[in-house]
Design a protein around this ligand. Structure first.
Ligand SMILES: *Cc1c(COP(=O)(O)O)cnc(C)c1O
Length: 373
C-alpha cells in the first residue's frame, strides 16, 4: 500500500474562486497567476481548469510558458519578470509571450533584438515596492523609445502595490501611478488578490489574482471563508500509531514537548519532507478523525505528533487533515501558516513531489497523471 499521505486538489473550488475574481473585478480582464507551478497546485492542471474561464496567464518561468503553449493554451501569457537574456526574447516572439519591461537593459535588448515579430510588452512602474520597475521620472523616456518602434506591437502599463493587504494601503502609490499614466490611453494592470478584494477603484484593465484563486486569504485578519474563497489544496494523512504518555514523558526530537499529565497521543504520517512547515510549534491546529486538536513537539521529516485528548475515538489508521478540508471539517491553510510564522503561499509552494495528488471536484476525466504535478 502506498504511504497514506496525499493531497487533494479541488478543481471545482478553483473555478469557484476564479468566479469570485470575476465578480470583484468588474469589467477588468484576468491574468491568472500561475508562477511557481501554480503556487504548488500543478501548472497544467490549473491552466486546463482555468482556460475556459480566464483571459490570460501570468508567471515567471519560461519553461512553464513553453509548457502552457505545448499544452495548447492560446491565451495571452504575461512574463512577470520579463526576459533574463536574449534567448528569452526569441521565445517571447516564438511563443507569443508578453514580457514585462522593468529595467532599461531589457528595453535596450528588446529594441536591438531584431525579432521575427513585434511583441506586446508590459512596462512596469515602481510605485513604492522598490523591487522591480521604472522610477516615475524614467517613464516618459522609456515610452518614447517604445512607441512606434517596429519591435513593439502594443504597450501596457503595470505596477505592483507593496501593502494592498496592510495598513499603508494603496492610495499613495495609486496616485503616483495615475499621475503618470492617466491620459496615455494605455491598458493598465494594478491589482493582486488583496487589491482585487479591497480596492474596487483600482481594478484597472487587467487584474492579477494569485493566492485568492487557490482559496487562501491575502489578509491576516480576514478568513478565506469570510471572503467566500474555497480551499483548493488539502493535505491528508493517517495516524501510524497511538500511545499513552506518563507525566514527564517527552515527544519527538529535542524532547520538544513534555507531558504535564497522562496523555494519549498519535503519530501522523506527514513531515517537512512532505511540505509541512518544520517551524510549526506545539499547538499548531490539526484535525484528527474530524476533530480539531493540536500538534505536539517538533515536526520531523516524515512525522508529526498530535494530542488525542479531544479525540478519544482515534486509533491507528484514523484520518488526519493537515490543512484544507475533508468535505466536513475545514482547517484553513492560513491558520496553520500563522501558527508556523509564515503565510499560506509558502505552505502551498512547499508541497513536495513525494506527495501523491488526487484531483477532485470536476469529473471531466481528469486524472492526476494527465495534467502533471
Ligand atoms: C505573484 C504576483 C501577483 C499575485 O499576487 P497574489 O498576492 O498571490 O494575488 C500579482 N502580481 C505580481 C507582479 C506578482 O508577482
Amino acid at each position: 500500500m502506498p504511504r497514506p499521505t496525499y493531497a487533494t486538489l479541488d478543481l471545482a473550488a478553483l473555478a469557484h474562486n476564479h468566479a469570485r475574481v470575476r465578480s470583484q473585478a468588474g469589467r477588468a480582464r484576468i491574468w491568472s497567476v500561475v508562477k511557481a507551478n501554480a503556487y504548488g497546485h500543478g501548472l497544467l492542471r490549473v491552466a486546463h481548469t482555468l482556460a475556459p474561464l480566464t483571459d490570460g496567464f501570468a508567471l515567471v518561468e519560461f519553461e512553464g510558458a513553453a509548457a502552457l503553449r505545448e499544452a495548447g493554451i492560446q491565451h495571452p501569457i504575461l512574463m512577470l519578470e520579463g526576459c533574463y537574456d536574449t534567448s528569452d526574447l526569441q521565445r517571447c516572439a516564438e511563443l507569443s509571450l508578453t514580457p514585462v519591461l522593468h529595467v532599461v537593459e531589457q528595453v535596450q535588448a528588446l529594441l536591438a533584438a531584431n525579432l521575427a515579430r513585434p511583441l506586446s510588452v508590459m512596462v512596469k512602474l515602481n510605485t513604492g515596492m522598490n523591487r522591480l520597475g521604472f522610477a516615475p521620472a524614467e517613464l516618459p523616456n522609456i515610452l518614447q523609445q517604445l512607441q512606434g518602434h517596429s519591435a513593439i506591437a502594443s504597450i501596457n502599463l503595470m505596477t505592483h502595490f507593496a501593502d494592498a493587504d496592510g495598513p499603508t494601503g494603496i492610495a499613495t502609490p495609486l496616485q503616483r501611478f495615475k499621475t503618470l499614466t492617466d491620459g496615455l490611453g494605455l491598458p493598465v494592470s494594478l491589482a493582486n488578490s488583496a487589491t482585487i478584494l479591497r480596492y474596487p477603484e483600482a481594478q484597472g484593465d487587467w487584474v492579477r489574482p494569485g493566492i485568492m484563486l487557490y482559496g487562501a486569504s491575502p489578509f491576516p485578519e480576514i478568513s478565506a471563508a469570510e471572503l467566500d474563497l474555497k480551499p483548493v489544496m488539502s493535505l491528508h494523512g493517517q495516524l501510524l500509531t497511538v500511545r499513552e504518555l506518563q507525566p514527564g514523558d517527552t515527544v519527538g526530537y529535542g524532547c520538544g514537548f513534555v507531558a504535564p499529565e497522562p496523555m494519549r497521543i498519535g503519530v501522523a504520517a506527514c513531515g517537512y519532507a512532505d511540505g509541512y512547515p518544520r517551524h510549526a510549534p506545539t499547538g499548531t491546529p490539526i484535525v484528527v478523525d474530524g476533530v480539531r486538536t493540536r500538534t505536539l513537539g517538533r515536526v520531523s521529516m516524515d512525522k508529526i505528533c498530535v494530542d488525542l485528548a479531544p479525540v478519544p475515538q482515534a486509533q491507528v489508521g484514523s484520518p488526519v487533515l493537515f490543512w484544507g478540508t475533508d468535505g466536513k471539517v475545514t482547517l484553513p491553510a492560513d491558520e496553520v501558516a500563522v501558527a508556523a510564522g509564515t503565510i499560506a503561499y509558502e505552505l502551498f509552494c512547499a508541497l513536495t513531489a513525494r506527495v501523491p495528488v488526487k484531483e477532485i471536484g470536476m469529473d471531466a476525466g481528469m486524472d492526476a497523471g494527465k495534467h502533471g504535478g
